[in-house]
Design a protein around this ligand. Sequence first.
Ligand code: BG6
Length: 296
Amino acid sequence: PQVNFTHDNSRVTASLPTGESIEVLLYGATVISWKNRFGIERLWLSDAAKLDGSKAVRGGIPLVFPVFGTAPDHAATSKLPQHGFARNSRWEFLGKSSSESTGPSDTSVKLDFGLSSATLDEQAKSLWPYTFSIIYSVTLTPENLSTSIVVTNDGEQPIEFQVLLHTYLRIDDISKIQVTGLEESEYIDKVDAASTKTQSGAITITGETDRVYTPAKGPSHPVVVSEDGEAVYSVVRDNLKDVVVWNPWQQKAESMGDFEPKDGYKKMICIEAGSVRGWTTLDPSDAFEGAQTISD
Ligand code: BG6
């Protein structure tokens, strides 16, 4: 048994001999599906998500770069649209590699995607005129899904950026969810005038939630989503210092034209690994690498 693989003008799919599969759009290099070996979808994707390149995808794993939200006071990114241009750009598929260490039961596959100042469209380039290259790798194993980003500054001036892996996790019932691993962590509460607070105990979601956590524990300490007391996802980070927890709840979901069904907020939670508080500075010819691994 081999990795099954398809690639056309708009998307790349791969599945493992053990049954797990992924689907990635070239638009945004957005992972739009991650299924386990039983064919059960692990990512939430809106029924009204635009997959034709007309709008950033509502669901899956959009990639936020080089700005989180908007940054009117940060000259270099102030003109960019919300969450930057990576999720709205067409990426190149650079190739796949698969490996197995002990046999077909642990075969894995890695898909690589590229975006650079050479391939970026003129409009984005005019808003963000830096010389850069990014390789985004999506790796599927029987145990987990990893996404990793390497940003290289190929120009002659420093680059300041933010990056976020905006993962929409699929859940059964938001009222039964607990998020642990962020206890005692400081966070910015974007639904309470951006005030700074400290998390006490597990997170439960009972209304619109939009928080930027700076985890008290290191990146390898997992952020765990449990449902009815049972762990359903575990997210570990590599060189990504922040975690955003987002659920739009009823009213915000109503206001988003591409969010369907309207009660879909009960079926998703965004756990987003990134570096979004302050700016990461990349000197000429330096590279930044950050990654997340999600186990289910
Ligand atoms: C989250 C932000 O990461 O993304 C929220 O913290 C935002 O403030 C959400 O609403 C969705 O953003 P967008 O641009 O995809 O609607």
